[in-house]
Design a protein around this ligand. Structure first.
Ligand code: FES
Length: 84
């Protein structure tokens, strides 16, 4: 089954590249171009490379860390008062 239809790359080929040492979608792209055209296959390639694995370099560190628990509640705004 094709993973990347733009370059006719199959799941089997991605798995073979992973066995040969590719660990990220970028490394897969460097050996077979998969993911370098429309990009719609990148998530599927990531899934094939390792479900539940540590975040890849490309995605690690994006966004801010989520605040824990009560810190998510909106801060009181003294300028609004209690009037309705
Ligand atoms: S389907 Fe892989 S780059 Fe388009």
């Amino acid at each position: 089954m094709y993973v990347c239809s733009c370059f006719a790359v199959t799941e089997q080929q991605v798995e073979q590249h992973a066995e040969n040492g590719a660990r990220t979608p970028r490394q897969i792209a460097s050996v077979c171009k998969a993911g370098t055209d429309c990009g719609s296959c990148v998530r599927r390639i990531q899934a094939l490379l390792g479900r539940g694995a540590a975040p890849h370099r490309e995605t690690a560190g994006r966004g801010r860390p989520l605040p824990a628990g009560p810190a998510m509640a909106p801060a009181p705004r003294p300028d609004l008062g209690e009037a309705a």
